[in-house]
Design a protein around this ligand. Structure first.
Ligand code: NAD
Ligand code: DAU
Length: 351
């Protein structure tokens, strides 16, 4: 048995990853360390909460003593660091926590792993630290071209700056200590368990409740969408076969302008749920500050080196996703009660 410390495993991608790994492998024990912020939800992990190879620890990746104890008590083989403050709009309002969790928290994890994995000048074999990063560290593209692993970092939001900062610290541990690390940089994920502050689940939630659908700016900003399960399989492959010290971009050439996504969701709900859900709900609002215009990943490296490719195309993935939210109305109700209402008011009521 090998032990994987998954951080942020109660969030959107982390919970999908925990479920994916426990379903696929019998040979890994997963320890999920999560602070359970507004974005972390143990309901996401109902399917595996009693699994013999799964355990949960509530806590902060920036907590030195706690992380040290975890490494002392478990022979950790892999760290998969999903834990982060992940929402750009929140980072514009309150940058500090992004720096604390995303940079200092990551550094704390690196230090504990280094301490327990290092043997003299080298590291025990079979250990690896994977930093789950984002294409946002590359900044914004014009109408042509793609982000490659060699594209210079040029983050624009406090969120992406904090992720870029963390990436550089991870890289420095490879460059300085030869610590076994990989960094993955993925494009926009969608699928089950995504918190309804992000574009797709927010639009589904609002449309079902006949609330306005806030589209930033002209709606023509482009994101490159990847079904979350395909991201999980990419991390699985990088974890097992990624060359040490390398960065891997993850994306599937699924670029869409935001307004197309919004209209696709409306179209599906109008046809299948309620014909009064129409494009009249769209409300163009003030643009996001520093809004990146276009993201587009070049995934050639991970395809060539690891044989990864996405299995779910956008047309199939978006229908699966909308259907998941329809079938999990209770989940949506739970995560949008309480504090969410205050956030929503702060974000959108003035726009
Ligand atoms: P999320 O916001 O849904 O989940 C983040 C999780 O981290 C939550 O469970 C939260 O409780 C936990 N967390 C936050 N601060 C913590 C701390 N200090 N200590 C321990 N746990 C903490 O995020 P997500 O969308 O699942 O993203 C996961 C990771 O993937 C992030 O690192 C993000 O930067 C990266 N990423 C996300 C996307 C995307 O489209 N969602 C794309 C590329 C990369
Ligand atoms: O590219 C990867 C990144 O994707 C991840 O690193 C981030 O963690 C994740 O949040 C996501 O960032 P984005 O800012 O691209 O995602 P978001 O869903 O917030 O917004 C997607 C696009 O939709 C963006 O151009 C802003 C726009 N938007 C968003 C919201 C929430 C709207 O027009 N209206 C909205 O209400």
């Amino acid at each position: 048995m090998k032990n994987i410390l998954v951080t942020g495993g109660a969030g959107f991608i982390g919970s999908n990853f925990v479920i994916y790994m426990l379903e696929k492998y019998d040979s890994y024990r997963i320890i999920n360390l999560d602070k359970l912020t507004y974005a972390g939800n143990l309901e996401n992990l109902k399917a595996v909460e009693n699994h013999k190879n799964y355990s949960f620890i509530e806590g902060d990746i920036a907590d030195h003593q706690l992380v040290e104890e975890i490494f002392k008590n478990h022979d950790i083989d892999y760290v998969i660091n999903f834990a982060a403050e992940s929402h750009v709009d929140r980072s514009i309002l309150e940058p500090e926590i992004f720096i604390k969790t995303n940079i200092l928290g990551t550094t704390n994890l690196l230090n504990a792993a280094k301490k327990h994995w290092q043997e003299g000048d080298s590291f025990k074999s079979g250990k690896k630290f994977i930093q789950v990063s984002t294409d946002e560290v590359y900044g914004s593209l014009g109408e042509t071209g793609y982000f490659m692993e060699t594209t210079p970092l040029d983050p624009h939001s406090p969120y992406s700056a904090s992720k870029a900062g963390a990436d550089l610290v991870v890289k420095s541990y490879f460059d300085t200590y030869k610590m076994p690390v990989n960094i993955t940089r993925c494009s926009n994920n969608y699928g089950p368990y995504q918190f309804p502050e992000k574009l797709i689940p927010l639009m589904i939630h609002n449309a079902l409740n006949k609330k306005p659908l806030p589209v930033y700016g002209d709606g023509m900003n482009i994101r490159d969408w990847l079904y979350v399960e395909d991201h999980c399989s990419a991390i699985d492959m990088v974890m097992h076969n990624g060359r040490l010290g390398e960065v891997y971009n993850v994306g599937g050439h699924n670029e869409r302008p935001n307004i197309t996504i919004v209209k696709t969701i409306i179209g599906y709900l109008n046809k299948n749920v309620d014909s009064s859900i129409t494009e009249d709900l769209i409300k163009y609002v003030e643009d996001r500050k520093g809004h990146d215009r276009r993201y587009g990943i070049d995934p050639q490296k991970i395809k060539d080196e690891l044989g990864w490719y996405p299995k779910t195309n956008f047309e199939t993935g978006i229908v699966k996703t909308i259907q998941w939210y329809l079938q999990n109305a209770e989940w949506m109700k739970n995560v949008t009660s309480g504090e969410y209402q205050n956030y929503y008011k702060k974000m959108y009521d003035h726009k």
